[in-house]
Design a protein around this ligand. Structure first.
Ligand SMILES: Nc1ncnc2c1ncn2[C@@H]1O[C@H](COP(=O)(O)OP(=O)(O)OP(=O)(O)O)[C@@H](O)[C@H]1O
Ligand SMILES: [Mg+2]
Length: 399
């Protein structure tokens, strides 16, 4: 079998990263560790991890759950993507709690607490199925706080010090007004009960999801401390690529390293796409500038197809927009462009469409505002590269 087929890529594009491959985010980890420590001391802590798509929110939440487990908290990391009701949410939360449980004697206790609500179960863990009966699930929603207390009381003798609940991918549930209310009631009831409970509640979502929650219940803003993830610094991205390739005994030339760092723009999601594509270009366990260049072109195609093709094809079908984009596309990597400058380059009949184009491209997440009014940039360098490819394809197809 050829070597290319048996080597294993350390990169995991599209999936939250495993704790052993997690890099950087020291400040955010320290902040969240503080909450883990407060929870162990018996307090309720509430944090909202936010930031743009692909910045590493779920990965960070996953790492914190791992750290919390090391500190004897039991935890559940729920991806609530398609969930649109409190009943479904509660079902997921408790089901996950059992599925994620790593300690058999704790698992048996949870199984007893939820006995009547569990429909089927395979030996220790993975195959736990909760009831779908609406009435039964509503009982779980109504008794959330007493249930959490019961869980805590019962797991304490097993040396467990509390719970971490991570509610991730809030896009469905964040617009359900009862969800915001549920969060507020839980935290307020807990605070006024005079009986502390060590629960670390972590919400994970895009900034818009947090705004949705606040719109329905303004107190959510004060209840949850915000941990906002910025793009990674170039030195952090560099460490990432070095460590990942080093784990497979692959050397990286410094010019290749700089190119990968620059083109992924500090977005871990893009770093994995770039790293993975470059990894598969390499044939001699050494990444040189050619491997990096080819891999990056490949990564731009992959990222474009995954994240922007469905959105941009409509824009490119509009001749005026395609023409405007070709002007915008001439800006240099990472540079900003001004509305006024583009306007000057456009024929008069296209000028009226510029503002519409800018609004649409912003709405699609392809460009974003940068600093002062009227100044824009591509959301990241790979999108920029992909736009170049798309425009080139468009002009070939016309020839
Ligand atoms: N600290 C990190 N170290 C290494 N890789 C990371 C790190 N953070 C994120 N990644 C990688 O970046 C990609 C995106 O991460 P993740 O899924 O955690 O982002 P997200 O913000 O939750 O995205 P979304 O908004 O789509 O839910 C994944 O491939 C993940 O493996
Ligand atoms: Mg995520």
């Amino acid at each position: 079998m050829a070597e290319a087929q048996i080597k294993e890529s350390p990169f995991s594009p599209g999936r939250p990263v495993q704790p052993e491959y997690f890099v950087a985010r020291i400040k955010e980890i320290q902040r969240l560790e503080r909450s883990v420590n407060q929870t162990i001391l018996g307090k309720n802590e509430n944090v909202f991890i936010t930031g743009p798509r692909g910045i590493g929110k779920s990965s960070l939440a996953g790492l914190i759950k791992y750290i919390a487990e090391k500190h004897s908290l039991i935890g559940s990391h729920c991806f609530l993507g398609g969930v649109r009701s409190l009943n479904e949410m509660i079902r997921m939360v408790f089901q996950r709690l059992l599925q994620d449980c790593k300690d058999e004697s704790v698992f048996d206790k949870l199984k007893n607490i939820f006995g009547d609500y569990i429909k089927s179960i395979t030996l220790f863990g993975t195959g736990v199925e909760f009831t779908k009966d609406k009435g039964e699930l509503q009982t779980l929603v109504d008794n959330f706080l007493p249930l959490m207390r019961k869980i805590y009381d019962q797991i304490q003798p097993n040396g467990k010090k509390g719970l971490t609940l991570i509610l991730d991918d809030l896009n469905g549930i964040s617009d359900v007004p009862q969800f915001s209310q549920f969060l507020k009631s839980f935290v307020d009831e807990l605070a006024t009960s005079g009986k502390p409970l060590p629960v670390f509640l972590i919400l994970v979502g895009l900034p818009e999801r947090r705004e949705d929650l606040i719109k329905h219940q303004p107190s959510v803003a004060r209840i949850f401390d915000v941990v906002e993830l910025p793009v990674m610094a170039p030195s952090e991205s560099e460490d990432f690529f070095k460590e990942m390739f080093d784990s497979q005994n692959i050397e990286v030339d410094s010019d290749a390293l700089s190119l990968m760092v620059n083109m992924s723009g500090g977005y871990p999601m893009l770093m994995h796409e770039v790293g993975d594509a470059v990894f598969w270009q390499d044939k001699d366990n050494r990444i040189d500038i050619n491997d990096a260049g080819r891999g990056i072109s490949e990564a731009a195609q992959i990222v474009g197809k995954k994240y922007i093709d469905p959105k941009i094809s409509k824009v490119l079908r509009n001749k005026t927009y395609a023409s405007i984009l070709s002007k915008v596309d001439t800006v240099l990597w990472g540079e900003t462009f001004e509305r006024q400058e583009i306007m000057k380059q456009l024929p008069e009949k296209e000028q009226d469409s510029l503002d519409n184009f800018l609004r649409r491209a912003r709405g699609l997440g392809i460009i974003e505002l940068s600093g002062s009014r009227g100044e824009y940039k591509f959301a990241n360098p790979l999108y920029h590269l992909y736009m170049g490819f798309s425009l080139a394809k468009l002009s070939w197809s016309k020839e």
